[in-house]
Design a protein. Structure first.
Length: 164
């Protein structure tokens, strides 16, 4: 009778990440930056964006929005910490061409708009528009599986399955 009343809340173990940007999926090892390609920050995938809209890949909490708005960190319901890094060497743009729609502490749902960036500015002034999506606390996760999909639509197509 009291079993349901005192039952522990079930912990979320698996989380599916949908693409935060539309475009072509690229293996992390192919990203032209050793910090990402050698997985120094963690495991994940990258996407060559087709447009400048970035949405949340999961339900979770915004844990960081970089002052330059070129990257955002999200903690998923299973504790996975996700970094979406828009372009390569974009920190040097000092926010030019980036608009953030979220701030630290915000709760987001999968598909919510996070950031907009001007593709032309990033293409012209940064090393690349390729956008890594990294699980920065990879060591805390049991498994990170990249899906075999080449073209993705933001907020719709699954790119990673993360198991705690």
């Amino acid at each position: 009778m009291f079993g349901k009343l005192f039952k522990k809340k079930e912990e979320v173990i698996d989380v599916s990440l949908t693409a935060p940007v539309s475009g072509e999926v690229v293996a992390l090892e192919e990203v032209p930056d050793p910090v990402f390609s050698e997985k120094m920050m963690g495991d994940g995938v990258a996407i060559k964006p087709a447009n400048g809209e970035v949405v949340s890949p999961v339900n979770g909490e915004i844990i960081q929005v970089f002052p330059t708005k070129h990257a955002v960190g999200i903690r998923a319901e299973n504790g996975a910490e996700i970094l979406i890094h828009i372009g390569l060497e974009t920190v040097s743009l000092d926010g030019e061409g980036f608009t953030s729609y979220v701030k630290e502490g915000d709760q987001v749902k999968q598909g919510d708009k996070l950031i907009h960036f001007d593709m032309d500015i990033v293409h012209e002034k940064a090393k690349s528009t390729v956008t890594p999506i990294i699980i920065t606390n990879t060591d805390d996760m049991r498994n990170i599986e990249a899906k075999t999909i080449k073209q993705v639509t933001a907020g719709q197509d699954e790119i990673l399955q993360v198991t705690k």
